[in-house]
Design a protein around this ligand. Structure first.
Ligand code: ASP
Ligand code: MG
Length: 412
């Protein structure tokens, strides 16, 4: 019999019937003989509403009071779930972040967990009580309430699981797990049974938003097995119906490619006729970094005459106009340089740890896209990922064809 941390996201606790359903899940795991700590999100939509209230008062607000307001959504859910458990004859107690305490730094609105003093919590859980912990919340060393950034309750759950040395952290949400591709565009996508932390991190970085990225980093560092599963199906976490995110060594059959992902949140910028001399890239990317613009894919062409070169890179669509503004100033110092941009692009990636030991993975990607007449504009690779930038009208076609080409189709 183990110690489990169960986390329920906003849609899983959206209303009272949903909270009753969650209480039944918790009761089921207790019946299975497990000790349980629960981490909850705010009821669906509540955090958005709280954020909107703050902006309605003032567009620029004091982050300390922002945290005091937005942290309250989780307080409501944890109390309600404790009540629903008590109704079932289960001893349950709510814990706010400051009561555990989950100590964070003082970067309000985006705080990072520094330590969890888990002794009292552990004692209570080992005693058979269900601890219902408000996710998303922390407290600074001098006692002010903080929040961990939007989506941060996944990170709360993994941090609590690490502190309690739990056997597993089950993240209940509104999807059945992690898929080989977005099921909304690939109807032959399959739920993945086991995926490595590394693959999950790459997926998060290219736009598959199942888990808060920091929660995966933390799980990897602390070696916490995490399961993503749906709270709307009858199976309990200990039936292992979802996707397990674990260390590579726990995956026996490593797929060469385990998923195909895409992101439409991309824009492409090309700088033409830059002087081909040392320091130019630094001159371009330094000011972009200073403006907090995250640059993703970068390619620089070799110049045939060693005089002029072109650089192409991508930023998020939301950052494009800010990036162009910054580049206008830079181009003034670099006579003859032209700036071009386009937001009609998408990034498609194939990810898999098996890539490390297989050749020809990228080649298969290029061939598949060529056969569909899809032009590749930019290519980047990491040890376990190949990404291409294409015209966004071909996103669906590209993802579906690659899904088939790498043998990921349902029944394929
Ligand atoms: N309630 C917070 C949010 O909506 C934290 C979370 O649900 O993970 O961002
Ligand atoms: Mg979430």
């Amino acid at each position: 019999m183990g110690l489990l941390v169960l986390k329920f996201g906003g849609t899983s606790v959206a209303n009272i019937p949903a909270i009753e359903n969650v209480a039944n899940k918790v009761a089921g795991e207790i019946q299975n003989g497990h000790k349980v700590a629960v981490v909850v999100s705010a009821m669906a939509g509540v955090t958005n509403q709280l954020v909107a209230y703050c902006s309605e008062i003032n567009h620029v607000f004091d982050p300390l009071e922002y945290d005091a307001v937005v942290a309250s959504g989780e307080q409501v859910t944890s109390g309600l779930l404790a009540l629903a458990l008590q109704k079932r004859g289960i001893q349950a107690r709510s814990w706010m972040g400051w009561q555990v305490p989950i100590v964070t730094n003082d970067v309000h609105g985006k705080a990072r967990i520094q330590s969890i003093e888990s002794e009292a919590l552990k004692k209570s859980v080992m005693n058979g009580d269900v601890a219902v912990i408000a996710g998303f919340q922390g407290v600074t060393p001098d006692g002010r309430i903080t929040t961990l950034g939007r989506g941060g309750s996944d990170t709360s759950a993994v941090a609590v699981a690490a502190a309690l040395k739990a056997d597993r952290c089950d993240i209940y949400t509104d999807v059945h797990g992690v898929y080989t591709a977005d099921p909304r565009i690939v109807n032959r996508a399959r739920k993945i049974n086991k995926i490595s932390y590394e693959e999950m991190l790459e997926m998060a970085s290219v736009g598959a938003k199942v888990l808060h990225t920091r929660s995966v980093e933390l799980a990897m560092k602390e070696r916490v097995p995490v399961q993503v599963l749906s709270s709307f199906e009858s199976a309990l976490g200990s039936d292992l119906p979802g996707t397990l995110v674990v260390g590579e060594d726990a995956i026996v059959e490593q797929e060469v490619v385990s998923s195909v992902t895409y992101s439409r949140d991309e824009a492409k910028v090309t700088l033409r006729s830059l002087p081909d001399i040392p320091g130019v890239a630094a001159k371009v990317f330094g000011p972009l970094a200073d403006a907090s613009i995250n640059v993703d894919m970068i390619v620089q062409n070799l110049s045939p005459d060693h005089k002029k070169t072109d650089i192409t890179f991508t930023v998020t669509r939301a950052d494009l106009s800010k990036a162009l503004e910054v580049l206008k100033n830079i181009a003034r110092d670099l006579p003859g340089t032209l700036v071009e941009s386009s937001a009609d692009v998408a990034k498609v990636s194939v990810i898999g740890i098996g890539m490390r030991s297989h050749v020809g993975v990228a080649q298969k990607m290029f061939k598949t896209l060529a056969e569909k007449g899809i032009n590749i504009q930019v290519i980047t690779t990491s040890e376990i990922k190949v990404s291409v930038l294409i015209s966004d009208e071909y996103t669906e076609l590209a993802v579906r064809s690659l899904h088939t080409a790498y043998g990921l189709d349902h029944g394929g």
